[in-house]
Structures are given as structure tokens and as C-alpha cells.
Design a protein around this ligand. Structure first.
Ligand code: ADP
Ligand code: MG
Length: 238
């Protein structure tokens, strides 16, 4: 579970081709980072995969099944938003359980899944607090918890750490990497930060103006950038 295949995926807004046509395969369990300058189409590509935007043409297959026209809730993916997307009036427990409640899951199953997620994220002792009583890093963990409880086949992150200060960001990067190692679930992580891409990814997808410039491991991109854009962006010596 967690394989995602894009074939000739195109997206235009009005007559602007934001993504002229992308082919991309994401393997089960991979940590894939979409990196590129602001406005290059990273969020749009992630939203297409999540089903929050419709493709103009092309197909998206998830776990071998055509998902191109499936609504977001039927894709088995979980999008992690920045921590400010938490409900301030709800406890951590209720925030994490919220998507399960919406899905009509029993109270017992909700409680069991929240307990499991809280353990993975070290939030056990914070379940009865409200977001305003947490640090930025803890709030970010709650946002991730809300994705984990759905037990998705892949996690989609859109610049989840951009609101955190530099020191906290380094710690959270490490936590997300460890989360990937323990869950072994496919993760797609969008960032404009080269350091984040190089330190977190199994596979980096370098985007430029809606096109894939290069796909490869951090080492491949560093040692064999295909062109000057990739070299300049990754900071390699070419
Ligand atoms: P990134 O996440 O890499 O910064 P985005 O995917 O947000 O880039 O945006 C890519 C391009 O698509 C930008 O030029 C942006 O202005 C445009 N765009 C994104 N969403 C919309 C929309 N809903 N309507 C019109 N243009 C959009
Ligand atoms: Mg974006």
C-alpha cells in the first residue's frame, strides 16, 4: 500500500498551464520530497494527488487503482496541514479523533487509535490540553496525529514546518524522519528548503515551473545534477 503513479498529469488554471504534464512514480514506503522555488507548482501537485484539485488531464493511480476522479476521502491518503489548522476549542484528544468521528467510527475504536497515535508522538500526557496550552512543536505533533489515526496508505505534507522557528524545525524534521522509519508508510513532503530535502528524502523530485527537472536520491542529485538549475538549487559543485 502507498504506491502512487502519475501519468501525464496536467493542471491549468484558466489558460495558464501551471503543470504542463508530469509522469512520476512513487513507490510504497518511500519518503519523497518535492522541492523547488516558490510558485513552481509543488502545492498544486500535492493537492492533485490528494484530490483537493481536479486534474485538467492525465491519470493518478493509487495502489494500482485509478483514483483520478475519486474524492479526497476515498483516496486513503492523509494531508498534514500546518499546526494552526487545529481547533482551538477542542482538546488534543478531540482534535486527533476528529477525522474518525467524522467517518462515523465507534467511540472505542476512536479511543484506541488516539492512544496509539499519542504514544508514537509522545503526546500521552497532553491529551486533555487545548492547542493554546501547547508549544509550537507539540501543536505540530497534534496535526500529524490527526493524520496518523486515519492509518492512511500515504501522508502528504505541505511545508508543515514553515511556521516554526529554526531550532524547532530541526527537531521536527528529525521527528518526522523517525516517524517514517517506525510507520514505514509512504510520505510525500513539500518544501522550498534544500536542506530539508537533502536531509529527509529517499527520493527528491526537483520542480521548476511545473516541470520535473530531475528525480533522484540526495546523493545522485548532489553528485550528478542534470543541469544548472538542479545544481544551483541543490547547491552542488557542478
Ligand atoms: P508552490 O507551492 O510551489 O509555491 P503553487 O502550486 O502554490 O506553487 O502555485 C503554482 C502556480 O499556480 C503559481 O503561479 C500560482 O499562482 C498558481 N495557482 C495556484 N493555485 C491557483 C488557483 N487556484 N488559481 C489560479 N492560479 C493558481
Ligand atoms: Mg506551496
Amino acid at each position: 500500500m502507498g504506491k502512487i503513479q502519475l501519468s501525464q498529469v496536467r493542471k491549468s488554471f484558466g489558460d495558464v498551464d501551471v503543470i504542463p504534464g508530469i509522469d512520476l512514480a512513487i513507490e510504497d514506503g518511500e519518503f519523497v520530497v518535492f522541492v523547488g522555488p516558490s510558485g513552481c507548482g509543488k502545492s498544486t501537485l500535492l493537492r492533485l494527488i490528494a484530490g483537493l484539485e481536479d486534474t485538467t488531464s492525465g491519470t493518478i493511480a493509487i495502489d494500482g487503482k485509478d483514483a483520478t476522479h475519486l474524492p479526497p476521502a476515498k483516496r486513503g491518503l492523509a494531508m498534514v496541514f500546518q499546526s494552526y489548522a487545529l481547533y482551538p476549542h477542542m482538546t488534543v484528544r478531540k482534535n486527533i479523533a476528529f477525522p474518525l468521528k467524522m467517518a462515523g467510527m465507534s467511540d472505542a475504536e476512536q479511543a484506541a487509535r488516539v492512544e496509539r497515535a499519542a504514544k508514537v508522538l509522545n503526546l500521552d500526557s497532553y491529551l486533555d490540553r487545548r492547542p493554546g496550552q501547547l508549544s509550537g512543536g507539540q501543536r505540530q505533533r497534534v496535526a500529524i496525529g490527526r493524520a496518523i489515526v486515519r492509518e492512511p496508505s500515504a501522508f502528504l505534507f505541505d511545508e508543515p514546518l514553515s511556521n516554526l522557528d529554526a531550532a524547532l524545525r530541526v527537531g521536527m524534521r528529525q521527528e518526522i524522519t523517525e516517524l517514517h522509519q517506525s510507520l514505514k508508510t509512504t510520505m510525500i513532503y513539500v518544501t522550498h528548503d534544500q536542506v530539508e530535502a537533502m536531509t529527509m528524502a529517499d527520493k527528491i523530485v526537483v520542480l521548476n515551473a511545473g516541470r520535473v527537472e530531475q528525480v533522484g536520491s540526495p546523493l545522485e542529485l548532489y553528485h550528478s545534477p542534470r543541469n544548472l538549475f538542479v545544481a544551483g538549487f541543490i547547491g552542488s559543485p557542478k
